[in-house]
Design a protein around this ligand. Structure first.
Ligand SMILES: Nc1ncnc2c1ncn2[C@@H]1O[C@H](COP(=O)(O)OP(=O)(O)OP(=O)(O)O)[C@@H](O)[C@H]1O
Length: 447
């Protein structure tokens, strides 16, 4: 086992002895005899510090070792305290303040080497654990914001994230409201605490209180165990109330109370709890209109909409479409183990000409289907099937012009039959003769 060990003791002989012992065991050793130099030496980020409890420049301040310990703790540098028999109490205090261990002077070489080895191994395990945890965390979701309207929103998000104000996100379905809420949390000072999401449309009315506030064991028939509510889980963090417009009117006062005071009671509990969760809510409903119709409480709306962010529809941010499509292509090619595909120019144009009523969610579905249907490495427009998209024969239907519709249907039948009049007539449900008459009328010669 190797590592850099910093020995801090004002006794020169002790420094020398430890230097010899630890170096011969393969460690790199730095010694300091002056407390003022300890923190300077610690910038080398030692793996361990052996700190003398009585390491002090004057004889009156017995607490100097503890002060240095605190500074090393703040730098996340592990410390083993060294103490004489007389100051074991002080060493115990040091352990309580975060020292990893202590050794008594005079020490046994074998024991000291064993302890150093253990501490360094422990340190390494902790680091590996941390790395593994990071691997297990969901990858950060990519956030595409190239268009001018999204660039503006980005700026606003960074400003409002830092405040603790409640935020209401408005926007059509599938525009990315949930993702935006997570992004605000990531940029906020609460990023280390939890982001807890709850979809108001998905909670049955009878379970609303239990879900948000928790319940005690036995509070109602199905309450077999005590349950922690979302407000408690989001304490110090962010609570995202999605589809807030779906919260029934009679339940709104309960939410209003916790938003006003932070206080609430779990179902079946006699004591109040407090949550300081920051509230981000989202909806595609017109809440002002709902207030007008008496479906949503005005006072609750005021609590929720301290700041309002408008998520643009995809058709208002067409410049983002190619990047969003590419992101989805990469995702689905990986998911379905297909070679990475590239959009043809024509396909890209087609995606940008469509109005996307289902926004990014619809775009992702269209790309998923296209990836499944395509072979090779290019994804062309024929694989893109958008609902409600105006294909030539539908154009006729949309124009409500009977003659153009008839021509479009004849063209389709001729194409499908390979210009075989009898077969095309069967497809159209008319006689061959009737078809021939229409071809003449419209001066059509086949396709
Ligand atoms: N800026 C973005 N960059 C990349 N992907 C995005 C972006 N915004 C949204 N998405 C993706 O679009 C999909 C829909 O996003 P999200 O669920 O956040 O929308 P929503 O507005 O909350 O939808 P709903 O109103 O239905 O709850 C998700 O797959 C999300 O990952």
């Amino acid at each position: 086992m190797s590592g850099l060990i910093l020995v801090a003791d004002d006794d020169e002989d002790i420094c020398l002895a430890l230097d010899l012992l630890l170096s011969s065991a393969g460690y790199q050793v730095v010694t300091v005899q002056d407390p003022k130099l300890l923190m300077q030496a610690s910038v080398q980020k030692p793996d361990l510090v052996l700190l003398d409890m009585n390491f002090r420049s004057d004889t009156t301040s017995g607490q100097e070792g503890l002060v240095l310990l605190e500074q090393l703790n703040a730098e996340h540098i592990p410390v083993i305290l060294m103490t004489a028999w007389a100051s074991v109490e002080l060493a115990v205090q040091g352990m309580l303040q975060g020292a990893r261990h202590f050794i008594q002077k005079p020490w046994h070489n074998r024991q000291l080497l064993q302890l150093v080895k253990q501490q360094l191994e422990h340190q390494q395990l902790q680091q590996e654990n941390q790395q593994l945890k990071q691997l297990l965390l969901p990858e950060e979701t990519a956030w595409i914001a190239v268009s001018p309207v999204m660039q503006q929103l980005e700026q606003l998000v960074r400003q409002v994230a830092a405040t603790d104000a409640n935020i209401l996100i408005l926007g059509e379905n599938g525009t990315g409201k949930s993702l935006l809420a997570q992004r605000i949390h990531q940029f906020s000072q609460r990023q280390q605490a939890s982001f807890i999401g709850v979809n108001m449309a998905a909670i049955p009315e009878t379970l609303f209180e239990a879900e948000l506030f928790g319940h005690e064991k036995g509070a109602f028939t199905d309450a077999k165990q005590r349950r922690v509510g979302r407000f408690a889980l989001a304490h110090q963090g962010t609570l995202f109330l999605d589809e807030i417009g779906c919260l029934p009117l009679h339940l709104q006062p309960k939410l209003l109370r916790v938003l006003e005071s932070g206080d609430y009671e779990a179902v079946g509990a006699s004591q109040s709890q407090h949550s300081n969760a920051r509230i981000i809510s989202a909806t595609n409903a017109d809440l002002a209109q709902m207030v007008h119709k008496g479906q949503f409480r005005q006072d609750l709306l005021y609590r929720l909409n301290t700041l309002v962010l408008q998520m643009p529809a995809l058709r208002q941010r067409k410049a983002d479409i190619p990047a969003l499509a590419e992101l989805a292509i990469t995702h689905f090619c990986q998911k379905y183990r297909k070679p990475l595909m590239k959009l043809t120019k024509e396909a890209q144009h087609q995606l940008q000409s469509y109005s996307w009523p289902g926004n990014i969610r619809e775009l992702n579905h269209v790309i998923e289907r296209a990836v499944l249907l395509s072979h090779g490495t290019s994804l062309d427009s024929s694989a893109l099937v958008m609902q409600g998209m105006v294909v030539p024969e539908q154009a006729a239907v949309q124009s409500l012009d009977l003659a153009s519709m008839e021509q479009a249907l004849i063209r389709k039948a001729l194409a499908q039959s390979g210009n075989q009049l009898t077969e095309a007539a069967v497809l159209l449900g008319i006689t061959r003769h009737a078809l021939a008459r229409r071809l003449e009328k419209y001066q059509m010669q086949g396709v």
